[in-house]
Design a protein around this ligand. Sequence first.
Ligand code: ADP
Length: 256
Amino acid sequence: MKPPPGLKLIDENGRRMDGRRPDELRKITMKAGVLKRADGSCYLEWGNNKVIAGVYGPREVHPRHDQDATQAIVRCRYSMSPFSVDDRKRPGPDRRSQEISKLLGEALSPVVLRQMFPRTAIDVFCEILEAEAGTRCAALTAASVALADAGIPMKGMVASVAAGKIDNTVVLDLRKEEDNFGDTDLPVAIIPKTGEIVLLQMDGHFTDDEFDVAMQYSIDACHQIHGMQKQALREKYLDAAVEKRMSEPAESEVML
Ligand code: ADP
């Protein structure tokens, strides 16, 4: 879609509407272990996206004919809340959320050591509380942290981000207007530990050179995001250790 007259997605200094450089991420914060009743969880804010991911499992699959006798199945549900977008979104599944649920499951399956848990399911729920473009990448990033928080054995985490093209410039991490009025959107997810690509979609066109730049921006950013994911998990265990120490009687009290 063409931008309305007067709306400049990128200025003469190469800065974007929010002042970012082409290869700059929006602000990202994440916190692991935010839900009491899920086995693992993560709350993530990415620009104006707000996402919560909760994980259950491994748990027995019912009905039994859905079981895989050799390995666990990873099931994902991506869901947008009615208040996540400007116009109230009709609650419940739609074509888009079904497609995103499927691709999230397919991106996460290769990292989970599924052979360790035959006949079980690992269920991942991603709830989009507020959406401002890039929610599938945000959901995938949060889901990986939630899986790790649940103690699910994995060969690495999945980190994800989209790149795109606006005004003939390749940019990283599209915000809403850039997604709506830009030319290309390329969501990517990798396992930073191994370099494997587990998600690659493209809407629009890139030349070969633009595609290479977009991939390089995305891969570099995924490594940056991976650092944040590890930090979120570290912080959870540091907080737990501090809490435990505070609740234990001091050594002098024990002696009394
Ligand atoms: P992603 O969120 O992964 O970028 P899309 O490219 O499909 O996925 O969507 C881009 C953005 O469009 C979303 O993040 C959201 O802000 C908006 N959007 C998606 N679906 C709806 C909807 N049903 N109603 C209003 N806005 C929507």
